[in-house]
Design a protein around this ligand. Sequence first.
Ligand code: ZN
Ligand code: ZN
Length: 409
Amino acid sequence: MDNVMLEKYARLLVKVGVSLEQDQKLIINSPLECAFFARLIAEIAYKEGAKDVIMNWNDMPSTRIRLLHAPEKTLEDVPVWRRDMLISLAKEGAAVISISADDPELMSDVNPDRMAIFYKTLGVALKEYRERMMNNQNKWCVASIPTEAWARKVFPGVTTEVAMAKLWEAILKSVRVDKEDPVKEWEQHVANLKKSTAYLNEKGFKHIHLKNSLGTDVVIELPEKHLWVGGSDLTPEGVEFVANMPTEEVFTMPKKSGVNGKVVSSLPLNYNGSLIENFSLTFKDGKVVEYTAEKGIEFLKEMITIDEAAAYLGEIALVPYDSPISNMNILFYNTLFDENASCHVAIGNAYPPCLKGGEHMSREELDANGANNSMTHVDFMIGTKDMQITGVTADGNEVIIMKDGNFTF
Ligand code: ZN
Ligand code: ZN
């Protein structure tokens, strides 16, 4: 990959992704395989005024070795220093850039029960840290660069070198780094997403009904105070940042107890390195009462039972079928990209900023307003080119929001 493009990308993440400020600390969560890019981000961050850049390396192949061979009891251990490091930096106001680049099938031979123990323990240990991010108290940005195993999965039948080049091209295009001035492109893009959220917020739908020929037929009630958000977020101090690069979605939270019907997946889901394919979830009064999957049902079960609230939804997101990532027609096996190519929902925790004033609400107030509270949050794709979505307003008016996969407004 040519250096000019790499630098442009790294700069975009620092300037627009986390809007790094003078004397701010920056945490970079990066796979070892992506170290060269993490170092480039660090260099740019220092030049842009970072006080310190803290590398938090991860290595999924090492995690796999532990999950396969460590005594089961020890999977319940998360060293206190891991939590303390992240929490203390977060409290100092550090910004966080995370590079997501997993091999989609790395964990397929790991026992799902052992994986559940591991992720549950991690979820509990990092609860406070995660809550700060979901509440926009710290600026954070998730982005990707290709890794070899991932590229081979996305582009089978070509050499690793060709697959890497193709995945680089797709990623850089998706984050608009192929354009002359990506920072400017992002300003325009965020403004467009804000137009969609403004329209939906003005309607103030009581519930929305999603239906397609794949079998999705679900009514999702929205909390009275719900807010559609998208594009960028604001910290309590009013600093704008972009939490996902790319992002094409507008989203809000369902009312926890107000989901009824069935959703059918339209793309495979990479769940922590295991694939779940052709699956469905059926909800009654918000809760999953039935689930099916052609592949990976044991992982699906783990996903919706990791805690009690994992069987409820925390997000509903709309993405037009005719949109930039969708039009690439690439199955990325990475949710950051696939969720931005398709309408989707997420099981688990709801983002408090999806309620008016939600970022200032106590847990009790969030619960009372219908926000789901879980240690997990997993998006999965349900959008198709024949998706039809109807919104029903408080006074009973029906408005078609999406027809044949695209917005009507
Ligand atoms: Zn989403
Ligand atoms: Zn989500």
